[in-house]
Design a protein around this ligand. Structure first.
Ligand SMILES: Cc1ncc(C[n+]2csc(CCOP(=O)(O)OP(=O)(O)O)c2C)c(N)n1
Ligand SMILES: [Mg+2]
Length: 553
C-alpha cells in the first residue's frame, strides 16, 4: 500500500468511514483525488453543477444519518457549494464537503482562481478546515465525520491544496470509527417533566424537525402510543410517528390560525419533541398560551416565539422511554384534546376530490397520496405547493415527505429525490417541483438518466413564482414581477432522453403518475395548477375561521 500521497490517504480515510459514493464536479485542483477515487471502491457521481452535488450529499446524510460527501475544485466550484452548505446547516444534515485549492507551499499561478474558501465556508458549516499536511489526514477526516454526524448534525468543509494532495504521506494508521451513545436526561429532569405532564389538563405533543432523525422513528412511535397524548408535527417533523395513528391532529404548516391551531391554542402544555427553531414557527409562543416542555438532544434556543418553561435534554429515544415509565397509568388527561381531531382533519380534507381543471392543490395532494404506497417518498422543491403538501399529505412512515422548511431554498427538490431513489431503488420516489424551482437545477435530469434511476418528477405549472405572488397579493401589492414563460416540458424531457407527459384533465393526474411509475426510468409529468385556492383557503377561509373561533374557545 504505502507510500500513499495525500489524495490517496484522503480517499482511504473516506473508505474507512464507509463512504460509498461522492457527488461532484472535477477541476484541475482535485485531479489527484479523482485519480485516487478511480482506484478505490468509492463511486464518483459526476453532477452538472456543484449545488445539486451538495443537495444530494446532504440528503444522503438526512436519510441515513451517515454524512454524504461532495467534491469540487477551488474558487468557482467551491463557491457553488455554499447554498448546499447552508441547506445542510439549517436542515441539520450531516455532510462532508471536499474542495481543492492551489498549492500552499508554492504558488506558480499566483492568485488565479484563488478565493478564501475556508473563510467563506466558516459561517455555513460546523467546521471548515484547510489540510496543510498529509500526516493530519487520518485524524482530521475522522474528526470531520464525527462533527458532521453528531447532534446537532450538519456540514463540514475540508480543503485539500493540490501540493498536499500530491505529497507523499507518512505511514500513519487511519482512525477507526466507533459507536458513541449519548447520555440520557438525568432523573431530576425526568421527574420535573413528568410532574408538568401529570399536572396538565390538555397536553399536546409536537414533533419537530429532529424527530425525523432516521433512528428515532421507533422510539417516538413507542412513546406516543404508550402515553396516548395526541400529537401534531411541524413540517419537517412530518411522518416521525405514523400519521394514520388515531392520535394525529395535523401539521402546523402555518404559524397561526390554521385548523390545527384550534388544538394548539387550547392546549395548556405542549411537549415539543425535537423542535428546531430553524423551521418557520409552528405556533407563536406568547403570554397566556400553553406552557412548553422542550425535549431534545440539545437545549432549546431561546427566541421571541419559543422560550420553553422546562427542558428534558439527552438522547431522545431512551429519554422518552424513561419519561413514559414515570407517567405510567397516572396520566388522566392524555386524550383531553382528542375530540377536536375529527373536525380539524375534516376541514383539511375539504375539496380533496374536486374536479377542477387546472387542478387545485388539494386535489394534487390527494391524487399523489393515492398513487404513492405507504413507503413511497415524496421530495418537494420550494414553492406554494409545499404548504399544501405539509398541511394535507398524510404520512404513515418516517421520512416519506422530504421538504425543506429551514433554508427553504428552491432548486433542491430534484436532487433530494435523486438521492432517495439511489438509496431506495425498490420504493416509489416522486419529486414535486414548481416550474420556477425545477428550472433552477433541471440540468440534473441528465445525471438522473445517466444513473438509470427510477424517478417521477411532477412539475406544477403556473408560469409564475406562485408562492411569492400569493404573499404579494396577501400584502395588498399589485401583481408585478412574478410571471415567466416555460419550455414545453414534454419536449424538454425528450431532449434529455427521458419520458414526459402532460395532465390534461381534472381526472388525469393519478393515471398519469401511475403510468409514469409503471413505465420505470425517469418520467416528467407536467400539470397546470390553479392557485386561486391559496387566497380562498389560506387567507379568506382561515381569517373567517379565526374570527369565529374565539367563540368556540
Ligand atoms: C433560491 C431561492 N430563490 C428565491 C426564493 C424565494 N421563493 C420562495 S418560493 C418562490 C416561488 C417558487 O416558484 P415555483 O417554483 O414556480 O413554485 P410555485 O410557488 O409557483 O408553486 C420563490 C421565488 C427561494 N426560496 N429560494
Ligand atoms: Mg410556479
Amino acid at each position: 500500500m504505502y507510500p500513499l500521497n495525500g489524495a490517496e490517504l484522503l480517499v482511504s480515510a473516506l473508505e474507512n468511514e464507509g463512504v460509498e459514493q461522492i457527488f461532484g464536479v472535477p477541476g484541475e485542483e482535485n485531479l489527484a483525488v479523482i485519480e485516487a477515487l478511480r482506484l478505490s471502491k468509492i463511486r464518483l457521481v459526476v453532477t452538472r453543477h456543484e449545488q445539486p452535488a451538495a443537495f444530494m450529499a446532504a440528503t444522503h446524510g438526512r436519510l441515513t444519518g451517515g454524512a454524504g460527501v461532495c467534491l469540487t475544485t477551488l474558487g468557482p466550484g467551491a463557491l457553488n457549494l455554499t447554498t448546499g452548505a447552508a441547506y445542510a446547516l439549517l436542515g441539520a444534515m450531516p455532510m462532508v464537503m471536499l474542495t481543492g485549492q492551489k498549492g500552499v507551499l508554492s504558488r506558480k499561478q499566483a492568485q488565479f482562481q484563488v478565493v478564501d474558501v475556508v473563510s467563506a465556508m466558516t459561517p455555513l458549516t460546523k467546521m471548515a478546515h484547510q489540510i496543510v499536511s498529509p500526516a493530519t489526514i487520518p485524524s482530521i477526516v475522522r474528526e470531520a465525520f464525527r462533527i458532521a454526524q453528531q447532534e446537532r448534525p450538519g456540514p463540514v468543509h475540508l480543503e485539500l491544496p493540490e501540493d498536499i494532495a500530491a505529497e507523499t504521506a507518512p505511514a500513519i494508521p487511519l482512525v477507526a470509527p466507533h459507536t458513541i451513545e449519548q447520555p440520557v436526561a438525568p432523573p431530576s429532569a425526568l421527574d420535573r417533566a413528568a410532574e408538568l405532564i401529570l399536572e396538565a389538563e390538555r397536553p399536546l405533543v409536537m414533533l419537530g424537525a429532529a424527530a425525523s432523525r432516521p433512528h428515532l422513528a421507533e422510539p417516538l412511535s413507542d412513546f406516543v402510543n404508550r402515553v396516548q397524548i395526541p400529537f401534531f408535527n411541524t413540517q419537517m417533523g412530518k411522518g416521525a410517528v405514523a400519521g394514520g395513528s388515531g392520535l394525529y391532529m395535523g401539521t402546523a404548516a402555518l404559524s397561526e390560525r390554521d385548523y390545527v391551531h384550534q388544538a394548539i391554542d387550547r392546549a395548556d402544555l405542549i411537549i415539543a419533541i425535537g423542535h428546531d427553531t430553524v423551521e418557520k414557527p409552528p405556533f407563536l409562543m406568547g403570554a397566556g398560551g400553553p406552557k412548553v416542555l422542550h425535549v431534545g438532544y440539545l437545549p432549546a434556543t431561546v427566541e421571541e416565539v419559543y422560550f420553553p418553561n422546562a427542558e428534558l435534554i439527552g438522547d431522545v429515544g431512551p429519554t422518552l422511554a424513561l419519561l413514559a415509565d414515570r407517567l405510567g397509568a397516572k396520566l388522566q388527561n392524555a386524550g383531553a384534546l382528542l375530540p377536536l381531531r375529527a373536525d380539524i382533519l375534516a376541514q383539511i380534507a375539504e375539496r380533496a376530490e374536486e374536479r377542477r381543471y387546472p387542478l387545485t392543490p388539494q386535489r394534487i395532494v390527494h391524487d399523489v397520496r393515492q398513487v404513492m404506497p405507504q413507503d413511497g417518498i415524496v421530495c418537494l422543491d420550494n414553492g406554494m405547493y409545499k404548504i399544501w403538501f405539509a398541511r394535507n399529505y398524510r404520512t404513515q412512515v418516517a421520512n416519506t415527505l422530504l421538504l425543506d422548511n429551514a433554508l427553504a431554498t428552491m432548486g433542491a427538490g430534484l436532487s433530494s429525490a435523486m438521492m432517495a431513489a439511489m438509496l431506495y431503488p425498490s420504493r416509489r420516489v416522486l419529486a414535486v417541483c414548481g416550474d420556477g424551482g425545477f428550472m433552477m437545477n433541471s440540468q440534473e435530469l441528465e445525471t438522473a438518466a445517466r444513473l438509470r434511476l427510477d424517478l417521477v418528477v411532477l412539475i406544477l405549472q403556473d408560469n409564475a413564482y406562485g408562492m411569492i405572488r400569493w404573499k404579494q397579493a396577501a400584502d395588498g401589492f399589485p401583481d408585478f414581477g412574478m410571471s415567466f414563460g416555460n419550455p414545453d416540458f414534454v419536449l424538454y424531457a425528450k431532449a434529455y432522453g427521458v419520458k414526459g407527459s402532460r395532465v390534461e384533465s381534472a381526472d388525469g393526474l393519478a393515471p398519469a403518475l401511475e403510468a409514469a411509475f409503471a413505465g420505470g426510468g425517469i418520467h416528467l409529468v407536467s400539470a397546470p395548477v390553479d392557485y386561486s385556492e391559496n387566497i380562498r383557503v389560506l387567507i379568506d377561509e382561515l381569517r373567517t375561521y379565526a374570527a369565529t373561533s374565539t367563540d368556540r374557545k
